[in-house]
Design a protein around this ligand. Structure first.
Ligand code: 5AD
Ligand code: SF4
Length: 432
C-alpha cells in the first residue's frame, strides 16, 4: 500500500504551485497518495503564508490539532513563508514538528524527510533551474512559475524576507514546461511570479536577456495553448509595450490584476510602491481604452500607518474612477522584517475596521451597478467544475465565475455563453 500525504496550502498561487512541486518531489522517491484526512496520513505538510499576522497566530493551534490526530510514526512538516520567517522557532514552540522548509527551499523536501529536525530556510538558495517532477492538481489549468522571489521593497510586505531576491527562470525551461503541460491536456497556462511583469530582471546565468512581453509572445506561439493568464503584475511595470501585447494577443485572457494598495500618492510613497495616483489612473484608463472588455481586479490595504481621512478618501476616489470588477481588501497588518513596522501614527483597530467596512460597502454598490450592465453580454467560458445543482461552472476570459445548466460533457470545453443573471461574484448564463 502506498504512503499517504495530507497537505494544507494557504496563501497565494505561488504557494499552490509550491505544494504541487512538493507532491512531485515526494513521488520521485516513492508513490504517495493524497488524503483529505490528516489522521490517515504518513506525512502532514502545512504550507504556510505569512503576509498577515492572524494566520500565523493560528498556525500553532492548528499544528497542535495535527499532533493529536496523527497516526503513530507520521511526520509533520511546516513549509512556505511562515517557515521562512520563523525557522527553528517553529520546532522550539512545537517540538513534535519534524522539519521546517522555507518557501525557497521546497526542492529539499526529500532531504528534510531523512534529516531529523531539518530547518532549511536559506533565501539565497537558487531554485530557478531546479528540475521539479510533474504534478498538477488541475491538468486543464497549469500553473507555471516564471520567477522566484521579489526585489521590491514595499514597506508593508514580508515577502522579500520570505522568498528572497528575484531570479527569473530561463525562458527555454518555461517554454518546455508549457509544452509538457499542453501535451498532457492543459488549455490554460497561468504564469506565476511575485512580480510577474518584471520577468527578465535577473537570471542566474547573466548572459540571458528577456522581458515579460517577449515571454508572453513566445508562450502564446505554442500550439495547443488556448488561454494565458498571469499573476501578479506590478502597476509600475505596466509599460506601453506590455499593455499593447496584452491587448493584441488573443490568447491572453482579458483580466488584469492591478494591485493599487492605496489611492493616495502620499501613502503610496510611504509604502515605496514607486508610482503615484496619477500613474495608476493613467495606466487603468489606457488599459480600458485599449481593451474595452477588460476586467480589472485589485488589492487594497486600509489604515496603513499615517493614513489620514483624506488619504482614505483618495482610495475611494480611485475605486469610483476605475470601477474595479474585483477587490481584495485588507486592514494593514504590521509584519516583522518590514520597514513599515517602525512607522509612527498607527491607526486604531476600531477605525481601521470602520474604514474597511466603508470601503467594502462602496465596493458592493459599485459591483451592483456593474452587474446590472452585464446581463445580455457574451462571454467565452472554460468549464471546470460540476455543481451539485445541475449546473457546470467555469471562468470567462475576464476571470468571472459563470455557470450554465448542463452536465459533465461540458467539462474541459471552451464555449460561448450569454449572461442571463449577473451577481457580484457569480453569474448564470445560457450556452450559445
Ligand atoms: N498587511 C495587510 N495586507 C497586506 N498585504 C501584503 N502585506 C500586507 C500587510 N502587511 C496584501 C497586499 C498584497 C496582498 C497579497 O496582501 O494587498 O497585494
Ligand atoms: Fe503568502 Fe506572500 Fe508567501 Fe504568497 S508569497 S504565501 S501571499 S506571504
Amino acid at each position: 500500500m502506498s504512503k499517504k500525504l495530507f497537505i494544507e496550502t494557504f496563501g497565494c498561487a505561488m504557494n499552490t504551485r509550491d505544494s504541487e512541486h512538493m507532491i512531485a518531489e515526494l513521488n520521485k522517491e516513492e508513490p504517495y497518495e493524497l488524503t483529505m484526512d490528516a489522521s490517515q496520513a504518513d506525512l502532514i505538510l502545512v504550507n504556510t503564508c505569512s503576509v498577515r499576522e492572524k494566520p500565523v497566530q493560528k498556525l500553532f493551534s492548528e499544528l497542535g490539532q495535527y499532533k493529536k490526530q496523527k497516526k503513530e510514526g507520521a511526520k509533520i512538516g511546516v513549509t512556505g513563508c511562515t517557515a521562512s520567517h520563523l525557522g527553528a522557532q517553529i520546532i522550539q514552540k512545537a517540538p513534535y514538528v519534524d522539519f521546517v522548509l522555507g518557501a525557497r527551499n521546497v526542492s529539499k523536501l526529500a532531504h528534510a524527510l531523512h534529516t531529523p529536525k531539518a530547518v532549511e530556510i536559506d533565501i539565497d538558495y537558487d531554485e530557478s533551474q531546479y528540475a521539479f517532477g510533474e504534478y498538477r492538481s488541475n491538468p486543464l489549468k497549469a500553473y507555471i512559475n516564471i520567477s522566484i522571489g521579489c526585489d521590491k521593497q514595499c514597506t508593508f510586505c514580508i515577502v522579500p524576507h520570505t522568498r528572497g531576491d528575484e531570479i527569473s527562470i530561463p525562458q527555454e525551461l518555461i517554454l518546455r514546461e508549457a509544452q509538457r503541460a499542453v501535451d498532457s491536456g492543459a488549455k490554460e497556462l497561468f504564469l506565476l511570479g511575485q512580480n510577474v511583469n518584471n520577468y527578465g530582471r535577473r537570471f542566474s546565468d547573466n548572459s540571458q536577456k528577456s522581458s515579460f512581453t517577449q515571454l508572453l509572445r513566445e508562450v502564446s506561439r505554442i500550439d495547443g495553448v488556448e488561454r494565458i493568464r498571469f499573476t501578479s503584475p506590478h502597476p509600475l511595470h505596466m509599460d506601453d509595450a506590455f499593455l499593447e501585447e496584452f491587448a493584441s494577443n488573443d490568447k491572453i485572457c482579458k483580466s488584469m490584476h492591478m494591485p493599487l494598495q492605496s489611492g493616495s500618492t502620499a501613502i503610496l510613497h510611504a509604502m515605496k510602491r514607486g508610482y503615484t495616483q496619477e500613474w495608476f489612473l493613467n495606466r487603468a484608463k489606457k488599459l480600458r481604452q485599449m481593451v474595452p472588455n477588460v476586467h480589472i481586479s485589485t488589492d487594497i490595504i486600509v489604515a496603513f500607518p499615517g493614513e489620514s481621512l483624506e488619504d482614505f478618501e483618495a482610495t475611494l476616489d480611485v475605486m469610483r474612477e476605475v470601477q474595479f470588477e474585483q477587490i481584495f481588501s485588507f486592514k494593514y497588518s504590521p509584519r516583522p522584517h518590514t520597514a513599515a513596522i517602525h512607522l509612527p501614527n498607527a491607526i486604531e483597530e476600531a477605525e481601521a475596521s470602520r474604514r474597511l467596512t466603508q470601503l467594502q460597502a462602496l465596493n458592493d454598490e459599485l459591483l451592483d451597478t456593474l452587474a446590472a450592465k452585464r446581463v445580455g453580454n457574451r462571454e467565452r467560458v472554460l468549464f471546470e467544475e460540476l455543481k451539485s445543482d445541475g449546473y457546470v461552472q467555469g471562468r470567462a476570459d475576464s476571470n468571472m465565475l459563470i455557470k450554465v445548466k448542463g452536465s459533465e460533457e461540458l467539462l474541459g470545453t471552451l464555449r460561448d455563453v450569454e449572461i442571463t443573471q449577473a451577481g457580484r461574484v457569480g453569474n448564470v448564463a445560457k450556452l450559445l
